[in-house]
Design a protein around this ligand. Structure first.
Ligand code: HEC
Length: 182
């Protein structure tokens, strides 16, 4: 092999190497992968799980909770309420007003019961959302309320309570329609 031929072969090899390297750089530029923020692989299943775990139960909308709620459970959960409230039709007022028909009842409207100004100033009817807000944290809902009750912090238990309150009526109000799951 003379040196001319050797140069041709070496040139071809070098050319090929350069071309392959160039291709690598070029395709890197085309398909740029950002380095992961956290080292490791993104496993889709694990991601879905952690997303579910990160969603607090409170984020479930009330209509959805009410659709699953159990009025029978609610009936036992209102034991602490019954220290101050009656639930039967024509029931007396105790420390608090009677709660028969409270869903869709005008707020602070039971005859002969001396409501706080705070609750009287609310106006409107007791819909599901408002009852939910009130029994979550009475003072948070109406700062000057006379209802000396700490609140039920568990959304599912509140939904059970509310679904029981709903049954205390000659014509129970319809349940809210849960929004379609996304
Ligand atoms: C320590 C007594 C006490 C307990 C326990 C209590 N309440 Fe009350 N509740 C009251 C009083 C007093 C009022 C009137 C509040 C005001 O005027 O500010 C009231 C008002 C209400 C109202 C508004 C009624 C209306 O006519 O506007 C609802 C609804 C209600 N309570 C539900 C409940 C539920 C449900 C529970 C149990 C989870 C409960 N309460 C526990 C004393 C109590």
């Amino acid at each position: 092999m003379d040196s001319f031929e050797f140069n041709k072969i070496a040139g071809a090899v070098l050319g090929t190497l350069l071309f392959v390297m160039g291709l690598g750089i070029f395709s890197d530029a085309l398909f740029h992968h950002a380095p992961p923020k956290v080292a490791g692989y993104n496993l889709p299943a694990a991601e879905a799980e952690s997303a579910a775990a990160a969603t607090p139960a409170a984020a479930v909308p009330l209509p959805q909770l009410l659709a699953k709620a159990d009025p029978k459970k609610g009936e036992t959960l209102v034991k602490p309420c019954s220290a101050c409230h009656t639930f039967d039709k024509g029931g007396a007022n105790k420390v608090g007003p009677h709660l028969y028909g409270v869903v869709e009842r005008a707020k602070a409207s039971v005859e002969g019961f001396a409501y706080s100004d705070s609750l009287k100033s609310k106006g409107g009817k007791w819909d599901y959302e408002d009852i939910n807000a009130f029994i979550t944290n009475p003072k948070g809902y109406a700062s000057g309320t006379k209802m000396a009750y700490g609140g039920e912090k568990d959304p599912a238990r509140r939904a059970d309570i509310i679904s029981y309150l709903r049954t205390l009526s000659d014509t129970p109000a319809p349940l809210p329609t849960p929004a379609k799951a996304p």
